[in-house]
Design a binder for this molecule. Structure first.
Ligand code: GAL
Length: 679
């Protein structure tokens, strides 16, 4: 059975609401509720940056205004997503307890300013957070209008203060036990870096140690662990007051500073903030990147819906160009979140403030203060549509294909020296495998190395440089049982502390799985090209005669695998560019180079057809995307979206019924920017 994420049996619609900025304007607060109802909003995130209004003086809480806001919303059918205010601390605290302020990587403490810059280790900050969270929980955790805790806001960054440095050393002691172990794991004999004492170990300051990759990697792991620990401390008093009230924290997609998969257990619900740059370049490509980000976020808890906690109804004021969303894009982009598994369309922000950094950031209500704007009308129209889609609330997003996109692997690749220095191309490689699957309408998860492979039939693991969390054993077992695997160049190179495997690549027991022995990798200059000549066996695998190759060519030798394509030129002419190995009941592919896009399209088309991975046998025109959500009775809802500005039509493989109008359809006519939900 599908359970909804909150106790609300509808898709959530609303956004960040900051009444604390408007306490001198009671008429505006009244008007807000009237406009929220008009816009079809049912959930508001309240109190995110309200600490100064909630506790204007140390220990003196002012909850009267919040009581009124939550009650008024509830009386009008609008639920509250209640925030803990730790994302920005009040001035009195900064003045009295400077240790709550973060120290940057340059070693300087940040003065009282901005937000998102507290120290996650500071006992004083943790205690102040515990006190305010306890007070909030005691007062509101049982309120019928409160449906979800919004923990802090966009956790991120790192603190380099003495308390964090000491906590890092303790974390290392726990991990390695002895300095000897640590020195070996970090290979510190290099450049005489051997640490004679724990006290000498510091985080990678701007002017500090950047050459010991094990250190940098562990520091980033520590920052994640410390943030998760901080979140756990935030959540404890909330759960004490009401264990049934779920918690979430809003994440930032591919933000590289935290390993979000480590937040899986401390979050009941995954949520994230979505700010694509629509109308910059080809929207169909932007839609693909955005879908990929939704998929990454959803896959932290695979199969479960997530919440889009923020998105902008119009212009995002912090982008290099604050361009307006063209008419129709708001609905299309919002419904894309629903198509990828979101149970909400939430905005930043409900109302534009009069002052401050975000006074010109898009909002449902602008400085005009009425519903008589294009922006508002688009939100209102969407609100009506979302009401008709309540059946989707709680529905699952089931994928039989997955791509491993591991944050720690990404960190390690970025830190290592070699390949294409500035950007090793990890996310670009992940996208090459994602794009054809997405374009064929195959539901895909983006999982990490710690995730289970249960339920998948196809797993791609591009640039699997770092092997950790028993991934090699999981992949072997997966192939043995009949799974299909796709690997690329630069895989199985290091263990989880970034020490290379000895005795040949791919290491960690993967050589047998690949059926290939790798010898060296060549990094090509931007203008360099090679080609792949496809052999007859490759043509049977759905490939054409030839594909262009660039960026990387790995030099490898078959050790059991069958060669499907070979390099066309240079001194590597005739060596394998693509192989397949039979392993157990499964098949294991290895692409030794970066190919042109057409290669991935042809390659995956055949795999998808062999494994019947498409939810519907339908040829999608360019820019038309399909996904599937599973309703409570396990039937499918097929969602088609047209990211072209022109109308498209396509023949459906069977008669389907519109979820919204009940109309039966054999041919689908989708207007430009149109979305349909079919059963
Ligand atoms: C988010 C943040 C919001 C708001 C928004 C503006 O990153 O969580 O508080 O600042 O950006 O786009």
């Amino acid at each position: 059975m599908n359970a909804t994420l909150t106790r609300v049996p509808h898709l959530l619609h609303g956004g960040d609401y900051n009444p604390d900025q408007w306490l001198r304007y009671p008429e505006i607060l009244e008007k807000d509720v009237e406009l929220m109802k008009k816009a079809g909003c049912n959930a508001m995130s309240v109190g995110i940056f309200a600490w100064a209004a909630l506790e204007p003086e140390e220990g003196k809480y002012e909850f009267g205004w919040l009581d009124q806001v939550i009650d008024r919303l509830y009386q009008n059918g609008i639920y509250t997503v209640l925030a803990t205010p730790s994302g920005a601390r009040p001035g009195w605290m900064a003045a009295k307890y400077p240790e709550v302020l973060r120290v940057n990587a340059d070693g300087r403490r940040i003065p009282f300013s901005a937000r998102h810059n507290h120290c996650p280790t500071s006992p004083v900050y943790r205690e102040k957070v515990r006190l305010i969270n306890t007070a909030l929980a005691r007062r509101y955790a049982g309120h019928p209008g409160v449906i979800l805790w919004h923990i802090s806001n966009e956790y991120g960054g790192a603190c380099y203060c003495p308390l964090c440095r000491e906590a890092f050393r303790e974390w290392l002691k726990k991990k390695y036990g002895t300095l000897d172990e640590l020195n070996h794991a970090w290979w510190t004999a290099f450049w005489s870096k051997t640490y004679p004492s724990w006290d000498l170990i510091d985080p990678p300051f701007d002017n500090g140690e950047r050459g010991v990759h094990g250190l940098t990697l562990d520091w980033m792991r520590f920052v994640t662990d410390q943030t998760v620990d901080f979140m756990k401390a935030e959540v404890a008093p909330l759960k004490e007051a009401n264990p049934a009230l779920p918690v979430t924290t809003n994440m930032m997609g591919f933000y590289p500073g935290l390993n979000y998969f480590k937040f899986r257990d401390v979050s009941d619900v995954i949520s994230w903030d979505n700010y694509p740059s629509w109308h910059e370049g080809d929207d169909r490509e932007t839609a693909l990147s955005t879908a990929m980000t939704h998929d990454l976020m959803r896959s932290i808890k695979p199969g479960k819906p997530f919440l889009m906690m923020e998105s902008c109804p119009s212009a995002v004021n912090w982008k290099p160009y604050a361009k307006l969303k063209r008419p129709g894009m708001h609905e299309l982009a919002s419904l894309q979140a629903v198509a990828r598994g979101s149970d909400s369309v939430q905005y930043f922000q409900w109302r534009k403030g009069r002052g401050g950094f975000e006074k010109f950031h898009g909002a449902v209500v602008g400085h005009l203060g009425t519903g008589d704007t294009r922006e508002f009308r688009e939100v209102e129209a969407l609100g009506k549509r979302l009401k008709g889609l309540s059946k989707l609330a709680g529905s699952r997003f089931v994928s039989r294909a997955a791509i491993i996109c591991d944050t720690e692997n990404r960190w390690a690749l970025q830190e290592m020296r070699g390949l294409i220095q500035e950007d090793k191309g990890y996310l670009a490689e992940v996208r090459r495998h994602y794009a054809p699957l997405f374009r064929m309408g195959v539901n895909v998860d983006l999982i990490d190395e710690e995730s289970s492979l249960e339920g998948y039939e196809l797993v791609a693991a591009p640039m699997l440089y770092m092997l950790r969390a028993g991934i090699a054993e999981k992949l072997r077992a997966f192939a043995e049982k009949g799974g299909t695997l796709v690997f690329t160049y630069w895989s199985g190179i290091v263990n989880d502390t970034d020490l290379t495997f000895l005795g040949g690549f791919p290491g960690g027991g993967l050589q047998e799985l690949f059926g290939v022995r790798m010898e060296e990798i060549d990094t090509l200059y931007p203008a360099d090209r090679n080609g792949a000549e496809v052999l007859p066996a490759g043509k049977e695998a759905g490939l054409q005669d030839r594909y262009e190759i660039r960026d990387y060519t790995e030099i490898s030798h078959p050790a059991g695998a069958e060669v499907l394509a070979v390099y066309e030129s240079d001194f590597i002419r005739g060596l394998p560019a693509l192989t397949v190995n039979r392993f157990g009941k499964g098949r294991v592919y290895y692409a030794a180079a970066v190919f042109e896009d057409g290669f991935y399209r042809d390659f995956y088309r055949k795999l998808v057809s062999d494994l019947s991975l498409r939810p519907l046998e339908v040829d999608l025109p360019e820019g038309v995307y399909l996904s599937e959500r599973r309703l409570e009775d396990n039937t499918s809802c097929y969602i088609f979206q047209n990211f072209n500005t022109e109308e498209v039509s396509l023949a459906l493989p069977k008669t389907l019924t519109s979820l919204e109008t009940g109309e039966s359809l054999e041919t689908l006519v989708l207007p430009g920017y149109g979305t349909v939900f079919l059963l």
